[in-house]
Design a protein around this ligand. Structure first.
Ligand code: P1T
Length: 380
């Protein structure tokens, strides 16, 4: 089936009792059992929920995975992947990951005995150099949040597998419409479903997908045993969002290209980050492994004061954390999403005080371009 057909139908067949075409919200905490040890496949809603199962089947199908395991947030999903490891294990991780990912690795899992090397994974040599005998997981974000650095996922998979480790990829910025890492050799893919998958900025959720039966079994155990499950309403909202994922992603990218074209000529923009630009590092890899370049755009205006003026001058873009919704958002990564990353590390990665990040929405492109251009006039 085509991707659009799968968005609308995969995992979402009519409900068998009534024929309800829309997957119902099974808003229950428990299920009647027929007798001791006898039930209908559903015992307790942390363990099983039909709305959640439909959501898991849907995202798994879009990513080309056999299984999806949903969590209460993207970070809960990333936490579950990390809980596959044990004290003493080591992780090689992309340095420019979402700040919350860095924070949970650095401030929680490090304390529990897992060690991390944060390196620029866009150069495979850095991955090899950081590798130790204890390395069990390579965790890659590509494109990264917020400087959109690209890692060759096939090469990353080869390195991880050659050492008997597994590759986890955070695919949040692309959505399965633009990139399917399992087909490039990744073992697990994680999404903050809060973002493009839901697409409407009205829920928080996460999911891990995999076709590896052993990883699936252990994640399914963790989902129930650790219990960071999403509620049925949030799964339903995300399922409803998925029905238009293909249409939204096309519009997001179309708009982003128009905004990038304006920014690339603007005298107040000192540095522009967008993987669709021919001179963006890793552009050729992105062209090969992605089906498009997405709608996340970052640019540096040179100082905190200038960034402050820009984020306050926009009228359609909203100053807010998060991304991937139909409405355009603007953010200041150094003070917002990446505040937990030490300043020296932020600066080294390009997450400077002058960096501004756009999540380009699906409003009319001309309005978005005018809005950002007018805001830049304030500092010109
Ligand atoms: O917020 P949550 O659903 O827990 O997802 C965390 C997360 C994981 N991975 C990536 C790449 C992310 O961007 C995020 C969350 N990011 C933001 C809130 C943000 O504004 O960048």
């Amino acid at each position: 089936m085509g991707f659009g057909t799968d968005c609308i139908h995969a995992g979402q067949s009519s409900e068998p009792t009534t024929g309800s075409v829309a997957v119902p919200v099974f808003q229950t905490s428990t299920y009647e059992q027929i007798g001791i040890g006898q039930h209908r496949g559903y015992e307790y809603a942390r363990t099983q929920n039909p709305t959640r199962e439909a959501f898991e089947r849907s995202v798994a199908a879009l990513e080309g995975a056999s299984e999806g395991i949903a969590f209460a947030s993207g970070l809960a999903a990333i936490g579950a992947i990390t809980q596959l490891l044990s004290s003493g294990d080591h992780v090689v991780c992309t340095d420019n990951v979402y700040g919350g990912t860095y924070r949970v690795f650095d401030q929680l899992y490090r304390r529990l005995g897992i060690t991390f090397s944060f390196v620029d994974t866009s150069d495979p040599q850095n991955i090899e150099s950081a590798w130790t005998d204890a390395t069990k997981m390579l965790f890659v974000e590509s494109p990264t949040n917020p400087v959109l650095s690209i890692t060759d996922l096939s090469v990353a998979a080869e390195i991880a597998h050659s050492h008997g480790a597994f590759l986890a990829v955070d695919n949040t910025f692309m959505s399965p419409f633009l990139q399917r890492p399992l087909g490039l050799g990744a073992d697990v893919v994680v999404h903050s479903t809060t973002k493009y998958i839901n697409g409407h900025s009205d829920m928080v959720g996460g999911i891990v997908v995999t076709s590896d039966e052993s990883i699936h079994e252990r994640l399914r155990f963790l989902q129930n045993a650790a219990g960071a499950v999403p509620g049925p309403w949030d799964c339903w909202l995300a399922l409803r969002g998925i029905k238009t994922l293909h249409i939204r992603m096309r519009e997001h990218e179309k708009n982003a290209r128009v905004v990038v074209a304006m920014l690339s000529d603007h005298r107040s923009v000192q540095k522009l980050y967008y993987p669709g630009l021919a001179d963006h590092p890793g552009h050729e890899i992105a062209e090969r492994q992605q089906d498009g370049f997405g709608a996340m755009v970052s640019f540096d205006v040179g100082s905190l004061d200038r960034a402050q003026k820009v984020v306050q001058a926009v009228k359609i873009f909203t100053l807010a954390e998060s991304l991937g919704g139909v409405e355009s958002l603007i953010s200041h990564p150094a003070a917002m999403t990446h505040a937990a990353v030490p300043k020296a590390d932020r600066d080294a990665m390009g997450v400077t005080d002058g960096l501004v990040r756009l999540s380009v929405g699906i409003e009319d492109a001309e309005d978005l371009v005018d809005d950002v251009r007018n805001a830049l006039e304030v500092i010109s």
